[in-house]
Design a protein around this ligand. Structure first.
Ligand code: SF4
Ligand code: SF4
Length: 471
């Protein structure tokens, strides 16, 4: 009989920011400093800079990342996509999704703690504003528990005014990923009635961002985001997580002195609760790995600070695997990791191949509605529409020619056309052949060539006529 599988010590003992009656605890996070705090701040600045700058960076004449809603086009670092390319999203999502799964299996909730926009803006902008105006945790708690005073009203008003201003700016940056910067600037100077949809969207986005960052905060991670719930399934005993070394820390208790120290053997945890008061979700990491832990590392820095003061080694709370925290060696390569990596890689490779082989323009031939052919003046006639989409970022001239077999004539009224970037055109194509010479159906190649480049496509027009013996 095989030994029973050891259960993951995931503790879901209720949300640390809610009381047992379901009411919200207004968490006031204590300040923390340390190596992870410094590193995270640097990462936040970098990510915020990328977010703010991307709409301004031009690649091949368009913003680096731009979903042009008006033109139904998407520009991504010089690549242009239109509605027909939506299928590529499948490979993009598969590749990115499984890459995140691999990251989680290897490094736990590193995305949540270091790169999720919720964390980046909350810890990078909104909490610093709160601290700057409201003071440290003790001052904020004291003020919140006290009566409404001028000081409380002024500080509260200033804090929320700045929250609103930042939310307003972030909403506008967000909109600039969908509306070009010159258009957005023009809209900002015009009356709301001139662009009601964008105005309402920006207004609502500002309100949602303000509500989220000023009030909802950690609840978004705890009760809205599905990724947080997924992590319990994605991590295992070998994933790196923020964890407490219970072997070293327990039995916890105040630092024993004199005779007490001789008789009572204590662990390294002095039960100061610094790790709890710095936690943005209000949990106690000493209870084990919890779904509410977003991996922000604040408790690591807080505990390291305490250990430094006590001249004890750092790392009572640290990045480690559950196996490592139990003093066992960690396995990095595991079957599930190989499977997730293979799936992610397959998606990214498929996306790369699809992008490399994608055509610089599209050409589709559609038969005109109605009868498949007509008989007029002793000739069989077929009529088509050639639909062309220029997917290049520059204007292109195309020439359309028909490679007609002997006895077949073609009329192409728009034989030479010029299309703007992502411009489309429907060019009529008429083919005819004498009724007497028509024996069976055949195909006529239609060539489309770019005049200033090497772009070229051939579509085949299926020429239909009456079956043999028909009048
Ligand atoms: S900060 Fe460290 S020493 Fe203090 S309670 Fe937490 S684990 Fe124990
Ligand atoms: S337990 Fe530690 S790492 Fe997890 S959310 Fe709280 S402070 Fe951050």
């Amino acid at each position: 009989m095989s030994a029973p599988r050891r259960r993951l010590p995931v503790v879901d003992q209720g949300i640390g920011s809610l009381r047992s009656d379901g009411s919200r605890i207004d968490l006031q996070q204590a300040d923390v400093s340390g190596r992870y705090h410094t590193a995270r701040k640097a990462v936040f600045v970098l990510l915020m800079a990328v977010y703010l700058v991307l709409p301004w960076v031009q690649v091949k004449g368009h913003p680096a990342v731009f979903l042009d809603l008006a033109a139904r086009s998407f520009y991504l670092f010089g690549q242009t996509f239109n509605a027909q390319d939506v299928w590529l999203m499948f490979f993009l999502l598969t590749g990115v999704g499984f890459s995140l799964v691999v990251l989680t299996t290897l490094l736990g909730r590193v995305w949540c703690g270091w790169a999720c926009p919720q964390t980046v803006y909350l810890d990078g902008i909104f909490r610093p504003i709160e601290r700057l105006i409201g003071g440290n945790r003790e001052a904020r708690l004291r003020r919140a528990a006290g009566p409404w005073s001028v000081d409380r009203v002024v500080r509260g008003g200033l804090t929320h005014g700045l929250y609103l201003l930042v939310a307003f700016l972030l909403a506008h940056v967000f909109v600039s990923y969908f509306v070009s910067l010159p258009a957005l600037y023009a809209m900002m100077r015009a009356a709301p009635a001139a662009h009601p949809e964008v105005f309402v969207f920006t207004f609502v986005a500002t309100g949602l961002l303000y509500f989220n960052f000023a009030h909802f905060r950690e609840q978004l991670c705890l009760v809205v985001c599905p990724y947080g719930r997924l992590q319990a399934a994605l991590t295992d005993d070998d994933s790196m997580v923020v964890g407490y070394d219970a072997l070293r820390g327990e039995p916890r208790g105040k630092v024993a002195r004199g005779a007490e120290a001789e008789t009572e053997k204590k662990g390294d945890c002095v039960d100061c609760r610094r790790c709890v008061v710095v936690c943005p979700t209000g949990i106690d990491i000493r209870n084990g790995l919890q779904l509410d832990c977003i991996g922000c590392t604040a408790c690591i820095d807080a505990c390291d600070e305490v250990m430094d003061k006590l001249h004890r080694p750092r790392g009572l709370i640290r990045y480690d695997s559950l196996r490592g925290l139990e003093g066992k060696p960690r396995k990095v390569l595991r079957p599930r990791l190989a499977l997730y990596a293979a799936l992610g890689l397959a998606g990214l490779i498929a996306l790369t191949l699809a992008l490399r082989t994608s055509e610089p323009f599209e050409a589709n031939l559609i038969r005109l509605r109605g009868a498949p052919f007509t008989l007029e003046e002793g000739a069989v006639r077929n009529a088509f529409t050639l639909h062309i989409v220029n997917k290049r970022n520059e204007r292109v001239r195309y020439r359309i020619t028909a490679e007609t077999p002997r006895g077949v004539s073609a009329v192409i009224p728009l034989a030479e056309v010029s299309l703007d970037p992502l411009g489309t055109l429907n060019a009529p194509v008429f083919l005819s052949t004498p009724r007497a010479g028509f024996v069976h159906d055949f195909e006529v190649p239609i060539h489309i060539r770019g005049l200033e480049n090497t772009d070229q496509r051939t579509v085949r027009a299926p020429f239909l006529g009456p079956s043999q013996g028909a009048p």
